[in-house]
Design a protein around this ligand. Structure first.
Ligand SMILES: NC(=O)c1ccc[n+]([C@@H]2O[C@H](COP(=O)([O-])OP(=O)(O)OC[C@H]3O[C@@H](n4cnc5c(N)ncnc54)[C@H](O)[C@@H]3O)[C@@H](O)[C@H]2O)c1
Length: 353
């Protein structure tokens, strides 16, 4: 067994169908009296439901969460929290809403209770991102790690099937890179394999029947595990590429992860054979890159960057940006091979191995 350092991160997780009904007790357990409820404009109704459940413990609703947490939105939300005298934030939604909660917590130390409705996994990480003047800055700070997470699969029933598939593969990406992380450890390895398997099982069933309660529960369970892996160990080439593609070209987050992952895995395959074996086994296939590609394609997800608005002429720029900073990756970063990876992801070809 390899040597490792394992640091557990504190988070209370309440999981199960109907677990949202536990919200008032969970707020009480946090010792909070006035919760600011956060959502996107699209999920205002969910925020109102949450505020209704909290009754006099709801300080108000801020429903302007958007992708990538613009600094202006973060400032506005911090000001609203301050004016209302909020002593905690309840974020109901996907990574964008949880991200807004983190921006508030970073500034004020307010505890966050997260209620995830996608599979992005932000609720299990101390990683925050704030976008200022077109640049998304990310960092790690334990203050932004939600104190309590309520996972209620019922709330993900309404997540449209295409987004469920791409969001699920976004989660798989965290676990896949966690398996070959430079600071990997056996506990995260177990979680990663179990998380990939749970999501791999769930997505085809969700595609057939969006309201399959068992499949929704499996997917959210997998999202928890994969998010935990993201929060505990360092990510590599795949996340770097997706961060650059999202930040510089504003490509949609979950779709970009879905398209790039098979090719990032193919790039790293020979350098990380055990991780590939574990990913393939978890997906019940013979090849990790092909298994992820097939999971996406067979369930109707996009497989080519050109289909989500990327121009071929910009591949060189992405390659340059990806080579700018060195970071740990199983295989060294080689310009020609990286360009080939990007070109394969752009055209949507199935990985050869
Ligand atoms: N810091 C981290 O650890 C971390 C991890 C993963 C993602 N992220 C960030 O999260 C963002 C992406 O998050 P995301 O992929 O969850 O998307 P999102 O939060 O942007 O949500 C996309 C859209 O789907 C809607 N939605 C969410 N759940 C729904 C549901 N159940 N039913 C119907 N509509 C629903 C949202 O309201 C929104 O309009 C990115 O900015 C990414 O960088 C951060």
């Amino acid at each position: 067994m390899q040597s490792f350092v394992y640091v557990a991160q504190p988070a209370r997780v309440v999981f199960g169908q109907g677990s949202l009904t536990r919200l008032p007790q969970e707020i009480e357990a946090l010792g909070a009296q006035k919760a600011l409820v956060l959502s996107t404009p699209e999920q205002r109704a969910s925020a109102e439901r949450v505020a209704g459940m909290l009754g006099s413990r709801a300080a108000g609703i801020f429903d302007r969460a958007v992708m990538h947490v613009p600094i202006e939105t973060a400032r506005e939300a911090r000001e609203v929290a301050r004016k209302l005298g909020a002593d905690c934030a309840v974020a109901i939604g996907g990574g964008s809403t949880v991200g807004l909660g983190k921006a508030i917590a970073l500034d004020s130390g307010l505890p966050i209770l997260a209620i995830p409705t996608t599979y992005a996994g932000s609720e299990m990480t101390p990683i925050y991102g704030i976008t200022e003047a077109g640049l998304k800055k990310t960092g790690r700070d334990l203050r932004v790690l939600p104190r309590t997470v309520i996972y209620d699969p019922e709330l993900s029933m309404g997540l449209p099937v295409p987004m469920s598939v791409t969001s699920g593969i976004n989660a798989i990406a965290h676990a896949a890179e966690g398996l070959y992380a430079h600071d990997a450890n056996p506990v995260m390895g177990l979680m990663a394999r179990e998380g990939i398997a749970a999501i791999g099982r769930a997505l085809p069933r969700i595609r057939r029947q969006a309201h399959d309660a068992e499949a929704r529960s499996d997917a959210l369970y997998g999202a928890w595990l994969c998010g935990t892996v993201l929060g505990h160990v360092g990510m590599a080439l795949h996340h770097k590429l997706c961060h650059t593609l999202g930040g510089t070209f504003n490509l949609p987050h979950a779709e970009t992860h879905t398209i790039v992952l098979p090719h990032a895995l193919a790039y790293n395959a020979e350098a990380a054979p055990l991780a590939m074996q574990h990913i393939a086994q978890a997906l019940g296939t013979g090849s990790a890159p092909q298994g992820v590609y097939d999971l996406a394609r067979d369930n109707g997800a996009p497989v080519a960057l050109r289909d989500i608005g990327m121009k071929e002429a910009d591949l060189q720029k992405i390659c340059d940006l990806a080579l700018q900073n060195q970071y740990p990756n199983p295989r060294p970063l080689e310009r020609l091979a990286l360009l080939q990876l990007l070109h394969d992801a752009w055209s949507g070809v199935r990985p050869r191995h």
